[in-house]
Design a protein around this ligand. Structure first.
Ligand code: NAD
Length: 476
């Protein structure tokens, strides 16, 4: 834990063992926090707030740039930890750790550009101003699928805005995050600006969310957890940003570039073993190209997505993060198959000595999946892709919008009119046209419907860590 500038063991004297999902071996352990640690961390963040928020933006930017340099140097060490605790291939962990430095740099560039407005009023003896103030102490709560990226998405705009932070990572992936925070903090942030507490959502998460001195909750995780957080936050009217689950539709029209579309579908579904919020979770393909699309995507699933230990050479897909996660995805696939779905690839565990202890699953592709099945209606957080055949764009959009979620989406077509219709009519926070679902620092990212609200990335994320205040100045 990091509380008030001190790396410590916390007040409970207990620890959390972190296991490698590929081998079930213990990677390391980390101190388990208590509610007393939550109090101490929030109080440290509150104490640090006045001086940190009063620091000129250029100074905050300098510290963030220095932290980015330190983070770049630490990428090999932190990426290895991330691969071991999360399960993802090392190369992907390197990309993720590198993104933290990029995110720091992006928001460092904005820290000294925060400003307000001059507003003329009806009365000539007065004028108005708007100023932006940091929202205060931020509780940042992150999941296990992209621990570093989702941590950076919160702490970087918060720091740039002049907020202080208490971070609680998922209890199964605290190691890389803790190390990254220590590295960032070593750039010279004042004590209490950045704090971490580790532990379960039920104990530490709840205590943080309910804390009277927390001004904003920045949460990424399951929709059900988000609903609980909204309820708890209402007691103190604490601000919330909720980045929740998704079930992104991908529409493939009959004029699409099928080679590129199948590559994007496979990356969109199998990257991070399918454990991504932005991921191709339902494919709606036009009848005329369905056979070609299904053959090619199934071929990619079986040949291109080598499963294995994330630290092994050439592996593209690690294990699922936990036994329960694999059981959940296998259960969703089994229900579809029992009800008549046809398996085009996968739907089994890889065999052999290397796979005995980990939570591995092969890249799976299905068609003829019932439209009221779990795979169609729930979030599938693993490497299983259902393909549905549609007759036209209206049908595809209508089915895409049936989900309670509205995070990402994509359409593949050479017809600009079709692309425009999809962009305007799909209920989602993001639509990619002829491109893989990759989020950009520059573009706001966030969900519609039960995928949450509030934005990460872009100028919009920075706005989420500030409050606009109106001022009237009487000059008469
Ligand atoms: P989760 O909701 O179980 O846990 C997320 C975090 O919340 C963890 O740190 C957990 O300890 C904490 N938590 C749990 N209960 C809590 C409570 N009562 N109060 C406060 N904190 C609590 O989510 P997960 O299983 O770790 O992550 C997977 C989910 O996250 C998926 O649904 C995925 O789609 C979603 N996700 C969304 C985005 C996005 O940006 N929209 C990004 C990544 C993941």
């Amino acid at each position: 834990m990091l509380i008030g500038g001190e790396i410590g063991e916390g007040k409970g004297g207990k620890s959390i063992e972190v296991k490698n999902p590929a081998t079930a071996e213990i990677v390391d352990s980390i101190p388990r926090g208590t509610t007393a640690d939550v109090d101490a961390a929030v109080e440290a963040a509150r104490k640090a707030l006045p001086a940190w928020s009063a620091l000129p933006g250029t100074k905050r930017a300098q510290l963030m740039h220095a932290a980015a340099e330190k983070m770049k140097a630490a990428v090999p060490e932190i990426a290895k930890l991330l691969s071991q605790e999360q399960g993802k291939p090392l190369a992907h962990a390197v990309l993720e750790a590198s993104r933290v430095a990029e995110n720091l740099e992006y928001y460092a560039g904005l820290a000294d550009k925060i400003r307000g407005d001059y507003v003329p009023l009806d009365d000539p003896a007065k004028f108005g101003l708007t100023i932006r103030r940091p929202v205060g102490v931020v509780a940042a709560i992150t999941p296990w699928n992209f621990p570093l990226t989702l941590m950076a998405n919160k702490i970087c705009p918060a720091l740039a805005a002049g907020c202080t932070v208490v971070l609680k990572p998922a209890s199964t992936t605290p190691l890389a995050t803790q190390r990254a925070i220590e590295v960032i903090n070593s750039a010279g942030f004042p004590a209490g600006v950045l704090n971490t507490v580790h532990g379960s959502g039920a104990e530490i998460g709840d205590a943080l969310v309910s804390h009277k001195l927390v001004n904003k909750i920045a949460f990424t995780g399951q929709t059900e957890t988000g609903k609980r957080i909204m309820k708890l936050a209402s007691d103190n009217v604490t601000r919330v940003t909720l980045e929740l689950g998704g079930s992104d539709p991908m529409i493939v029209c009959d004029d699409a570039d099928i080679r590129r579309a199948t590559a994007a579908a496979a990356i969109g579904r199998f990257f991070n073993a399918g454990q991504a919020c932005l991921a191709v979770k339902r494919v709606y393909v036009f009848q005329g190209v369905a056979d070609e699309f299904m053959t090619k995507v199934a071929d990619r699933a079986s040949k291109e997505w080598k499963v294995g230990n994330g630290l092994a050479e050439g592996v593209k897909m690690g294990p699922l993060h936990s036994e329960s996660q694999r059981a959940e995805v296998e259960g969703q696939v089994a229900e579809a198959v029992t009800r008549g779905a046809k398996v085009l690839a996968g739907n089994k565990r890889p065999e052999g000595k290397d796979f005995e202890k980990g939570w591995f699953m092969e890249a799976t592709v299905l068609t003829d999946v019932p439209e009221d099945s779990r795979m169609a209606t729930e979030e599938v957080f693993g490497p299983a892709m259902p393909i549905f055949i549609v007759n036209d764009l209206d049908e595809a959009i209508e089915k895409a919008n049936r989900s309670v979620y509205g995070l990402g989406s994509s359409i593949w077509t050479r017809d600009l009119a079709k692309a425009r219709r999809a962009v305007e009519l799909i209920d989602a926070g993001y639509t990619w046209v002829n491109d893989i679902q990759v989020a950009y620092d520059q573009l706001p990212f966030g969900g519609a419907k039960q995928s949450g609200f509030g934005k990460e990335h872009g100028l919009e994320a920075l706005e989420g860590y500030m409050e606009k205040k109106s001022v009237v100045l009487a000059t008469g």
